[in-house]
Ligand binder design. Structure first.
Ligand SMILES: Nc1nc2c(c(=O)[nH]1)N[C@H]1C(S)=C(S)[C@@H](COP(=O)(O)O)O[C@H]1N2
Ligand SMILES: [Mo]
Length: 305
């Protein structure tokens, strides 16, 4: 609650995100740094480069109070309530596996201010709710290419921090820890795929996956793994947290598809938060089909749910 009031001080102007980022705040921040105690710092020089929707943005308050981040509990408000215990500075990300130049990076060396872009994306959760979020980040390919992946590398595997002392959900068996995710190499290198370190022009709140998380807008939200500490090039399709938990219900690809229902509910429609009614028609590939559908030509999209 305290976190919320500290943030509600008028910095956030829904709809003005494109121009907000460069306009607010002092010059003290480095890219991706929060102070480790949950206070959000302005991100400098964010380019409003790629706007992928003109739908209204969700309010900052929605985006930071209704979350899935099971490391802090399974309730939608648990991540906001308990996220403050995670220390996000210093933060190191290891990039390794099948590549010529494996390395560990301090976060501020991985993402540079000058590279930051704003990306306004729909986020569609497999639970049939959605939001529109003005992320700040960089294309994932920007950090993958310097590692020089080898020809054998066919997939990229991601791992969330495992630190049960700071993440109370990791002291339960809600999921197998640490949370893991994966992408095929072409999906990982796709220009729509980003690593986000901020939203609404400021560093991420812990509940949204601080200090750095994945965003893959044409896939269900659970592919967007939070609080990443390792990115690894691998040969075989890597295990993913939700398909480990329930392989009948959650697959590897998990592309948004209104024609393939979840075994327990329809995916044809979604509720656009804060609405409680599923009045919104879900779009194939969450509306990004023009850019991504060709990656799946020849694949049975019904099976690769
Ligand atoms: N480590 C980790 N990453 C995670 C999750 C999680 O529980 N743990 N939940 C996923 C799910 S189901 C969704 S819908 C999105 C939600 O992101 P948001 O809370 O920033 O909207 O995060 C994804 N990333
Ligand atoms: Mo989700």
């Amino acid at each position: 609650r305290r976190e919320f009031f500290r943030l509600a001080g008028g910095l956030l102007i829904p709809g003005a995100a494109g121009s907000l980022a460069g306009a607010c705040g002092d010059a003290s921040s480095a890219a991706g740094l929060s102070d480790g105690g949950g206070r959000q710092l302005p991100l400098q020089n964010v380019k409003a480069k790629v706007i992928n929707t003109d739908e209204p943005l969700n309010r900052f308050e929605d985006i930071t109070s209704y979350n899935n981040f099971y490391e802090f509990g399974t309730g939608k408000n648990d991540p906001q309530r308990y996220g403050g215990s995670l220390k996000t500075s210093p933060w190191t990300v290891k990039i390794d596996g099948l590549c010529n130049k494996p390395a560990s990076y301090h976060l501020e060396d991985l993402i540079k201010d000058q590279q930051l872009e704003e990306r306004i994306y729909r986020l569609r959760c497999v639970e049939a709710w959605s939001m529109v979020i003005p992320w700040v980040g960089i294309p994932l390919s920007t950090v993958l290419n310097p590692a020089e992946p080898q020809g054998k590398a066919k997939y990229v595997a991601f791992t969330t921090l495992f630190r049960p002392g700071e993440m109370p959900g990791q002291r339960t068996d809600a999921l197998q820890w640490p949370y893991v995710e994966g992408l095929r190499m072409d999906e990982a290198m796709h220009p729509l795929t980003i690593l986000a370190d901020g939203l609404y022009g400021k560093t991420l709140m812990n509940q949204n996956g601080a200090p750095i998380r994945l965003v893959v807008p044409w896939k269900y939200g659970f592919k967007g793994i939070k609080s990443i500490v390792q990115i690894k090039f691998v040969e075989k399709q890597p295990p993913t947290a939700w398909s480990i938990a329930n392989p009948q219900e959650y697959g590897f690809y998990s592309n948004v598809n209104p024609e393939v229902d979840h075994p327990r509910w329809s995916q044809a429609r979604e509720k656009r938060l804060p609405s409680l009614f599923a009045t919104y028609k879900t779009q194939m590939f969450n509306g990004y089909g023009d850019q991504v559908a060709s990656m799946y030509s020849g694949m049975d999209l019904k099976r690769n749910y």
